[in-house]
Design a protein around this ligand. Structure first.
Ligand code: GLU
Length: 507
């Protein structure tokens, strides 16, 4: 393998991918692509209790939609197959034995009740965060406290046990984090973490360190919530004799709720009415959670938005294609503090990316929507309409919402505008304009504008007086794209008919 940069995204299939995980996967991907390295997808499914059917497929489909295709992974294969931890159990057995043999790990036979009892006792003794550690383990049932014959007898007799990390007493663990700088942790605050559970399945800590080493991961880029686990991982590297191969740690600051209070959660997403997940997630309880894909966000726009939540390019540029993000990305420009999640900004990025798209893509979309309504629309006409309304569009569905009036005549008129703008003069202009439409031989901006202008002057009114009424009569709306462009595109016949209908409705 031997690439300069190998990164991994290591989700646990416990449900839908949270928006924060999307940013994590994106930064991993950007770094790998920027450095010509490998982006690995590893499924961390060792916690059987939290396993959710369908979650793994969901993760793959989400990445596919975003265009983030792993170089190695369960579907792609690669030199480190298998990429699902539940299929790598024999590998972990081999390495746990090394730790046991070297005395860095030990057997512990305590029942959950006994551990609970120990914690209770420590709490009563005013120890704030009780741990199973170098002090408390002295009173527990483990390899350090039991005679070897007893250990053997229990093991031979099939008594349930776990394997714990032998965290040294009072040592300072130091490691460097790309975002945080040097981090120091006293082992006194660490737990002798369980590495291997009683069913012979490794815990996250153990499996992920083994795999990061075997997969030659150079950068562990993950959310800040994993920072407290990192000293355990650092110790494991040391105990396994792999300190030299330890990856660089990059702990990303939290995404915060829209008002900046606390970590962004699904509850905030519900509260502010935006999706929390990349694609729709049908929960095992049959609840449908909406996704960014189904809500009409473009994958490139979502990635662009996420990229800038915690990273900045050091320039004024905001709109990036994924290719441009790859070129611009660097770990040095990651921010240190939490970033507020502002959905209005995501919508803005969607608008910007929609504007950049080839109009024929939206024309096809427009035609599909028109066809659903039983309306025939040529590609050329759809392209013209989409080009006209595209500045008013945030989501693809808006093309039809904004442009359907070209096919569907208004059936009611806004009262407010009528009260404000309808008077003797404006009425006279519209009657005049309608009657003389047929004299306009060349249907173009210049002629229509001139003609309207003459009418306006003749009846002593103003552009501001007539335009809102004209828009209402022709489109049924109070706002829309450029009115002259709209009139030209509607064509003489439709304009004439709609104005006539409007005037009749007023008489
Ligand atoms: N399996 C962990 C998760 O669910 C991975 C954490 C890490 O990247 O080390 O997020």
């Amino acid at each position: 393998m031997n690439h300069a940069v190998n990164v991994r995204f290591a989700p646990s299939p416990t449900g839908a991918l949270h928006i924060g995980s999307l940013r994590t996967v994106l930064y991993n991907y950007l770094l790998a692509k920027k450095k010509g390295g490998r982006f690995i997808l590893r499924i961390e499914d060792t916690d059987q209790k939290r396993f959710v059917p369908g979650a793994e497929q969901y993760i793959m489909e989400s990445l596919q939609w975003l265009g983030i295709i792993p170089d190695e992974g369960p579907e792609q294969g690669g030199p480190s197959v298998p990429y699902k931890q539940s299929e790598r159990l024999a590998i972990y057995q081999q390495y746990i034995q090394l730790l046991l043999d070297a005395g860095h790990a030990y057997y512990a036979f305590d029942t959950p009740e006994e551990i609970e009892e120990m914690r209770k006792r420590l709490k009563e003794a005013k120890i704030a965060s009780p741990q199973y550690n170098s002090i408390s383990r002295e009173w527990m049932k483990n390899q350090f406290t039991l005679p070897p014959e007893q250990v053997k007898e229990w093991m031979d007799g099939g008594k349930s046990y776990v394997i714990r990390l032998n965290v040294p007493h009072k040592e300072c663990i130091r490691f460097h984090d790309v975002v945080r700088g040097w981090v120091k942790v006293d082992t006194a605050v660490l737990d002798d973490k369980v590495l291997m559970k009683s069913d012979g399945i490794p815990t996250y800590h153990f499996a992920s360190v083994i795999d990061d080493y075997l997969m030659q991961i150079t950068h562990v880029i993950r959310g800040e919530e994993w920072l407290p686990s990192t000293p355990i991982h650092v110790l494991l590297y040391r105990c396994l004799g792999w300190a030299e191969q330890m990856p660089q740690f990059v702990h990303l600051p939290l995404l915060l709720s829209p008002n900046g209070t606390g970590k962004l959660s699904k509850r905030h997403a519900d509260q502010y009415g935006f999706p929390a997940f990349p694609i729709t997630w049908n929960t095992p309880a049959l609840i449908v959670e909406k996704g960014f894909r189904e809500e009409g966000y473009l994958p490139e726009a979502l990635l662009n938005f996420l990229a800038l939540l915690g990273w900045n390019p050091g320039t004024e540029q905001e709109v990036f294609t994924t290719k441009e993000l790859i070129n611009a990305f660097s770990l040095e420009r990651l921010g240190k503090s939490g970033v507020k999640f502002d959905i209005a900004k995501a919508n803005w990025f969607n608008q910007q990316h929609i504007k950049k798209q080839d109009p024929t893509i939206w024309a096809d979309y427009f035609i599909t929507e028109a066809t659903k309504e039983g309306i025939a629309c040529s590609e050329q006409n759809a392209i013209q309409i989409c080009a006209l309304v595209k500045d008013r569009v945030t989501f693809p569905k808006d093309f039809w919402l904004e442009g359907s009036f070209f096919f569907v005549a208004p059936n009611s008129y806004d009262d407010d505008t009528m009260v404000k703008k309808w008077n003797v003069q404006t009425k006279a202009v519209l009657i005049d304009f309608t009657q003389k439409l047929s004299n306009l031989t060349e249907w173009n901006h210049k002629n229509i504008r001139q003609f309207l202008q003459e009418s306006i002057v003749a009846h002593d009114t103003s552009v501001g007086g007539i335009m809102p009424l004209l828009r209402l009569a022709l489109t049924g709306k109070t706002a829309g794209p450029d009115l002259m462009d709209t009139i030209v595109l509607l064509g003489k016949d439709k304009v004439h008919t709609r104005l006539t209908v409007f005037l009749i409705s007023r008489s």
